[in-house]
Design a protein around this ligand. Structure first.
Ligand code: NAD
Ligand code: UDP
Ligand code: UDP
Length: 343
């Protein structure tokens, strides 16, 4: 309907471009694949708080409805049970693509499914981004550096990865996902962002997912010995989840494609981590040595100069501050105990 040369829609709003005045959206429409998981659910909390409309796409392999239940009933929130290996039609502005099991125990459980999720799942979400002109962010991993021969790891390092090992479904899967992301960027003009995430911990991690921080915390709380694999001298750098979420959002909103390392450069041996867990939960917790898993990287520590310079980002929460917040959540989930208030 036209009035004085202006298009007037059924509600009597004057249209400029596609969006009628008065109906102008405040927030963005954002898909978070894997949004019912550990990192995804914290990201969803931040996006909801900002006023965006969020669609979580998750097959609940390692994610849980409980992680996003606080948003049920909010008209800006939708939860879709869907496997990203299947095509998906949606209309959105941004896609945070997190869907993929992250714990070695989970991703080794069904390696073929893991690589399909990384390759076919990422292809589908890039196809979606291309069709609707959405910006796409891939959550890749420090595992693309494999068992690194450079320390700390800089984004320009190409890595040292075993293509036929038990971790390959994950690290080669993510490397292919990065390749696809850059090919859609160069070939189809899709706006993309790539984050290489280093070990991250915090509330809502699966309690028995086999990752070292969740294992040690659950073991110390249950008065079981802390299981240190190998000699415990291998290192990792542990990032608190809120720091990661801040980094992901800055990356999505910024102008740079990446890849960017997002991690906390504070490096710990597994024995040092066990010591911090003892200090935080139970000084009498015992340590038990177990044989290490195959292809376990010896060292890992991010060089975050690029993210500092171009995203103005760096982590704020050291391990000794973040761990008690996670312990509080684990204590409540393991014992249903609401009395303790550590954080
Ligand atoms: P998570 O296992 O808690 O979350 C992954 C989510 O993806 C779960 O909700 C799961 O149900 C969902 N999912 C898995 N396969 C799917 C599929 N085929 N279709 C739809 N949904 C599917 O793991 P997380 O720690 O939250 O990791 C999130 C992302 O960050 C992953 O891509 C992971 O590779 C990456 N990452 C995490 C870490 C870390 O330390 N947490 C480190 C590096 C990279
Ligand atoms: N795809 C999707 N949702 C969309 C658009 C595409 O899931 O909105 C899937 C599509 O099924 C295909 C993949 O993304 O498997 C790649 O799509 P693209 O258009 O790039 O490639 P093509 O379909 O031409 O192979
Ligand atoms: N690890 C350990 N005890 C555990 C679980 C893991 O000593 O109960 C070690 C593991 O061998 C690795 C490090 O902790 O060297 C980190 O393992 P995780 O599975 O958390 O993450 P990764 O960085 O290997 O993906």
């Amino acid at each position: 309907i036209y009035q004085n040369g202006h298009l007037i829609n059924g509600f009597g709003f004057k249209s400029v471009g596609k969006i009628p005045l008065g109906l102008k959206r405040k927030g963005l429409r954002i898909v978070v694949t894997g949004g019912a998981g550990f990192v995804g659910s914290h990201l969803v909390d931040r996006l909801m708080k900002r006023g965006d409309s969020v669609i979580v796409v998750d097959n609940f392999f390692t994610g849980r409805k409980e992680n996003v239940m606080q948003h049920f009933g909010n008209p800006r929130f939708e939860l879709i049970r869907h496997d990203v290996v299947e095509p998906l039609l949606l209309e959105v502005d941004q896609i945070y693509h997190l869907a993929c099991p992250a714990s070695p125990v989970h991703y080794k459980h069904n390696p073929v499914k893991t690589i399909k999720t990384n390759v076919v799942g990422t292809l589908n979400m890039l196809g979606l981004a291309k069709r609707v002109g959405a910006r796409f962010l891939l959550t890749s991993t420090s595992e693309v550096y494999g068992d690194p021969l450079q320390h700390p790891q800089v984004e320009t390092y190409w890595g040292n990865v075993n293509p036929i090992g038990v971790r390959s479904c994950y690290d080669e899967g993510k490397r292919t996902a990065e390749t696809l992301t850059m090919d859609y960027h160069r070939g189809a003009g899709v706006e993309v962002r790539i984050a290489r995430i280093f070990n991250t911990y915090g509330p809502r991690m699966c309690i028995d997912d086999g990752r070292v921080v969740s294992n040690f915390v659950a073991q110390a709380l249950r008065k079981e010995p802390l299981t240190v694999y190998g000699d415990g001298k291998q290192t990792r750098s542990f990032q608190y989840v809120s720091d990661l979420v801040e980094g992901l959002m800055r990356l999505m909103e910024g102008e740079h494609v990446g890849p960017f390392n997002l991690g906390n450069p504070g490096e710990f041996t597994m024995l040092e981590l066990a010591q911090v867990v003892q200090e935080t939960i139970d000084p009498d917790a015992k340590i038990e040595f177990r044989p290490n898993t195959e292809d376990d990287p010896h060292k890992r520590k991010p060089d975050i100069s690029k993210a500092k310079e171009l995203l103005g980002w760096e982590p704020k929460i050291p391990l000794r501050k973040g761990l008690p917040r996670m312990v509080k959540d684990f204590r409540q989930r393991i014992f249903g105990d609401h009395k303790e208030d550590i954080a």
